[in-house]
Write a protein that binds this ligand. Structure first.
Ligand code: 6R9
Length: 660
């Protein structure tokens, strides 16, 4: 709440500088308003115009928005294109062939460069290699790769042959990987022997082997292994093949598979309010359009820029702003393998200096961690680095608190670089509410105004608009080209999650609470309204973690809630009832560690509860419902001032309070 309050009281405003306005593609508030008006007057025509101007089509579309199967919307459906063609071939044709596409900054600090011509050749060989293994249009391919040129190339190669990729973050466990492979019915996995992070190497191929060994992945016939470290690994004859062998004899040309605009480019699993992660399905044409537009309008990407998005390709930010957007705009970008604190917490700043990064996009959780690190060790403070190549900053993943915003603005941006606080989601494909550099007066902690053409609004529980200054549910009133198309294999869940009947069935429900400033109309995001936590910018479902905990034979019952955390935004707090007697002292500590490790193994280290409290029971209503609001108060260490009259077992509150 303290973050929200300080945002609400924020009075500092940073208008765009004359220089930024002059260079920006969308220059001045009048230009922004003209685009919004154009979209209002002819919504479908507005997006059609942009899709014609920014995307290269093999066969032009004749219809823009098709609402006949709403809320399953189709965009540009009779047009054909290839996303990889747009990202690679287009650059060879327009003079960017020898431009550096990717500067790869390895964990150990070694940097290497790949031009568009080289990346094109690598992707074509990769694509031909996959085809030689019988993989083609419509097949699902799971990618479990470290941050690498090869990881990006794997995604592009799938796009080139019309295979739908599903990238799984390298920090997910074998079990999480197995669930995703099985849900997607994937035919192949692309992985690496190991990944390098913070000076350590961790097995990846061995995790895939473990996942496949769990069963339910019988559809997999091929595993491609990129040799990152050269570690000795087990290869299964017939199924497994090294990437270098897969591509060795393949030609460096590969005719793209021309697909319809609605062809699924990728699935990306994300957490929802129920236990099972959802396979968010994205299109080709509409998705690509928004990736390009937001690169050009939000980041104002220009030919001389060096762009760096610090996300991992396992998250949506790494899809839109590493694997697709920058390449489709012919940008030079950094792909970073390591972690922000290795060899020390100056790594980001040193990398910006070394490669003269001009546009830098990262997450508030990283900023907060680096603020703290530079207070502890002044050697890694940003003032010790030359950061004057920067001209624009971005933030994504969670609300940025005004204190972190100011530090980012002053210490990193030299009070010169505007900060784009971009609100969006896995489901939205690209930025939804964000400042534009040459347009929007910035207010620390606010993501400001909708991207031109995005009809964001705030409504009450019946779907009616609430007035500015009042909080409510964040919705989008009209479909947009890069929106989620479906939850893979579960259209009912898609409708229920995003187009609920309570709101009338035609408003996209983001799942966040928000409010608009009474004067400016600027949006402030107030956090999730469902059982989803945001820990270091990663979405975690409380139910997912609860399921993992109760899968432990020692656990009888578990409830998971979030509590505010200075560094990670939210922290995971679990209340656990064991089948055995409630432990205390050292036994409780040992049990906590054992359950944390258990969750790391079940889901991945990012899902580890920070606190675990043991009780003889959980606070429940007479009908047996766990009263989570009470647990949230306990987790925060607050006094319980709420109504507890419906509570069956009030004494349990005292016990859980003291079990911290
Ligand atoms: C891109 C991404 C989506 C959730 C979203 C919201 C939170 C993202 C934010 C933000 C406030 C921002 N979120 N950006 N909250 N300000 N600028 O992060 O996708 O992993 O799906 O998370 O993250 O709660 O609903 P995803």
């Amino acid at each position: 709440m303290s973050t929200i309050n300080s945002v609400m009281q924020e009075t500092r405003v940073f208008p765009p500088s004359a220089e930024t306005v002059a260079r920006a593609t969308i220059s001045g508030m009048a230009a922004y308003e003209a685009l919004c008006k154009e979209a209002e007057a002819d919504y479908s025509g507005y997006w059609a115009r942009l899709a014609r101007e920014h995307v290269s089509w093999k066969k032009p579309f004749t219809q823009s928005l098709d609402e006949s199967e709403a809320p399953f919307y189709h965009w540009f459906a009779d047009g054909t294109l290839n996303v990889s063609y747009n990202c690679l071939d287009r650059n060879l044709e327009n003079g960017n062939a020898d431009k550096v596409a990717i500067i790869f900054e390895a964990d150990d600090g070694k940097a290497s460069k790949t031009t568009y011509r080289e990346l094109h050749a690598m992707v074509c060989k990769f694509a031909n290699g996959l085809k030689a293994r019988g993989i083609g249009k419509g097949d699902r391919v799971v990618i479990y790769m470290p941050m690498s040129v090869e990881g990006v190339a794997a995604m592009q190669a799938c796009a080139r042959i019309g295979a739908t990729h599903s990238v799984v973050f390298g920090g997910f466990s074998a079990k999480s990987l197995q669930e995703r492979i099985s849900d997607a019915g994937a035919v192949a996995v692309i992985t690496a022997d190991e990944q390098c992070r913070g000076g350590k190497s961790l097995g990846l191929k061995s995790v895939v082997d473990e996942a496949l060994g769990m069963g339910g992945c019988e559809s997999i016939h091929t595993m491609v292994v990129y040799r990152r470290t050269g570690a000795a690994i087990a290869m299964q004859e017939g199924r497994d093949i090294y990437l270098d062998e897969l591509i060795a004899k393949q030609p460096a040309e590969c005719e793209p598979e021309w697909v319809g605009a609605e062809h699924p480019l990728f699935l990306l699993y994300t957490s929802g309010s129920t236990g099972k992660p959802k396979g968010v399905q994205h299109s080709s044409g509409g998705y690509l359009l928004h990736a390009i537009l937001t690169m050009k309008w939000t980041f104002d990407i220009q030919p001389q820029d060096t762009f760096w998005c610090t996300a991992d390709i396992g998250w949506v930010t790494g899809h839109t702003y590493i694997a697709y957007g920058p390449l489709a705009c012919g940008a030079t970008q950094i792909v970073f393998e390591g972690v922000p604190t290795y060899p020390d917490a100056g790594r980001f700043w040193q990398t910006i200096e070394a490669h003269k990064v001009s546009v830098f996009y990262t997450a508030p959780t990283a900023i907060r961690a680096l603020i703290k690190a530079s207070e502890v060790d002044p050697k890694v403070a940003p003032r010790n680095y030359k950061l004057d190549s920067l001209r624009l900053l971005g933030s994504v993943g969670e609300p940025i608190n005004p204190e972190a915003w100011m530090w980012y603005y002053e210490q990193i941006g030299g009070s010169r670089c505007p900060i784009m606080d971009t609100f969006w989601q896995t489901e939205t494909g690209g930025h939804m509410i964000t400042p534009l550099p040459g347009v929007t007066p910035l207010v620390p902690g606010s993501c400001t105004l909708p991207f031109p053409g995005i009809q964001a609004a705030i409504v009450d529980e019946t779907g009616h608009d609430v007035e500015w200054g009042k909080g409510g549910f964040l919705v989008v009133k009209k479909p947009w080209p890069s929106m989620i198309r479906n939850i893979y294999g579960d259209p009912e869940r898609f409708k229920k999650s995003y187009y609920p009947d309570d709101l009338g069935g035609r408003l996209y429900l983001a799942g966040d609470g928000a409010m608009r400033d009474a004067k400016t109309g600027n949006f402030t995001i107030m956090g999730r309204i469902d059982d989803v936590l945001n820990v270091s910018g990663h979405r975690m479902g409380t139910m997912e973690i609860e399921s993992a905990l109760v899968a432990n034979p020692l656990v009888a019952e578990a409830a998971v809630v979030g509590r505010p955390d200075e560094l990670t935004g939210e922290a995971i707090c679990a209340f656990v009832v064991l089948k055995q007697a409630r432990p205390s002292g050292d036994a409780a500590k040992a049990m906590t560690k054992a359950l944390q490790d258990w969750v790391a193994k079940e889901i991945g280290p990012i899902a580890k509860p920070k606190d675990i409290r043991f009780g003889d029971n959980l606070p429940k209503t007479r009908s047996g419902k766990i009263m989570r609001r009470l647990l949230r108060a306990l987790a925060k260490g607050e006094e319980i001032t709420q109504d507890v009259s419906t509570l069956e077992n009030p004494a349990i509150l005292e016990q859980l309070r003291h079990s911290a």
